[in-house]
Design a binder for this molecule. Structure first.
Ligand SMILES: C[S@@+](CC[C@H](N)C(=O)[O-])C[C@H]1O[C@@H](n2cnc3c(N)ncnc32)[C@H](O)[C@@H]1O
Length: 281
């Protein structure tokens, strides 16, 4: 009996491997076939689907980590270069812009309140005839949520309504807008040139609304002195209208452009705004 069994085993071992026919079925049909097999074997189904669930959640985690890493890298780049360099960086690879914004949206999903929503509310409480320029508009959420005419400006345009340029040099006409918005967008090392551009395109008595990450204006932690920043903006030809530090995540600084611009000729001393670098989670 034993001899017979071992002969059978030997025959099995020596059996020539059958050439497998390349499947003529499209890939999804093979999957369908597998599914039918699995349906017949519920035990097999539960173990294989739980292992595929595990591997897909592992893959998802890895993908999320990679995406987070890419986001942090692009974010750091934007805070440590000039607007011109940032424009060239995205021109070379526009996909980086989408990568940045996917990561940015993820970060923002942890903020209890978004500064852009506060600015939207501020605009809705005023006349919709005010013309707005949204400097560093991102996904143009502002323009999508108000009735006003909004010039949305960013380094890359994924939407025909967005003007793609470095916001230090926009195609907007001088004294043509009523409200200039910088919502978390004073990123470049040459941020003062963005504010000068806003001053150029704002009408007399126009509004300059700035929302920035709070840590950038925390002198106790290497951030800029908000008073020094405010003084610099005022020297450019504005008066300070509001300083709101009540939110945990961001500050709001609103200014009004003076009716008459008088140049004092002195160079304005702009404080350095520390980059907002996200830590690895
Ligand atoms: C942190 S995101 C904020 C987006 C939007 N304002 C919001 O609140 O959701 C900053 C945006 O500013 C843009 N930005 C940074 N520097 C810029 C520059 N020099 N010219 C135009 N856009 C710029 C970035 O591309 C990015 O979309």
């Amino acid at each position: 009996m034993k001899e017979e069994q071992s002969r059978k085993r030997r025959r099995g071992k020596n059996k020539k491997p059958q050439k497998t026919q390349p499947s003529l079925l499209p890939k999804h049909s093979t999957k369908l076939h597998k599914k039918t097999h699995q349906q017949k074997n519920p035990a097999h189904q539960s173990s294989s689907s739980s292992s595929s669930l595990k591997s897909s959640s592992f893959l998802d985690k890895m993908k999320a980590r990679l995406a987070g890493g890419h986001f942090r890298m692009i974010n750091e780049k934007l805070y440590t270069c000039t607007g011109k360099e940032a424009l060239d960086y995205f021109k070379e690879d526009p996909e980086l812009f989408d990568m940045y914004h996917t990561g940015y949206q993820e970060q923002m999903s942890h903020w209890p309140e978004l500064p852009v929503n506060i600015i939207i509310k501020w605009l809705k409480e005023r006349s919709s005839s005010l013309i707005v320029a949204d400097f560093g508009c991102g996904d143009a959420r502002l323009a999508k949520n108000v009735k006003n005419k909004v010039f949305s400006i960013d380094l890359v345009s994924n939407d025909p309504s967005v003007i793609s340029c470095d916001m230090a040099n926009t195609p907007l006409r001088p004294s043509s807008v009523d409200v200039a918005v910088f919502c978390l967008s004073l990123m470049g090392t040459n941020y003062a040139s963005y504010l000068k551009e806003a001053c150029r395109v704002l009408k007399p008595s126009g509004w300059l609304l700035i929302a920035e990450v709070k840590s950038r204006f925390d002198p106790n932690n290497g951030g800029a002195d908000p008073n020094m920043f405010s003084k610099a903006v005022c020297e450019m030809g504005f008066t300070s209208a509001l300083k709101d530090f009540s939110n945990k995540m961001f500050v709001l600084l609103y200014f009004k452009k003076k009716e008459n611009q008088s140049s004092h000729g002195r160079e304005i001393e702009w404080p350095e705004l520390k980059p907002c670098i996200y830590k690895r989670r």
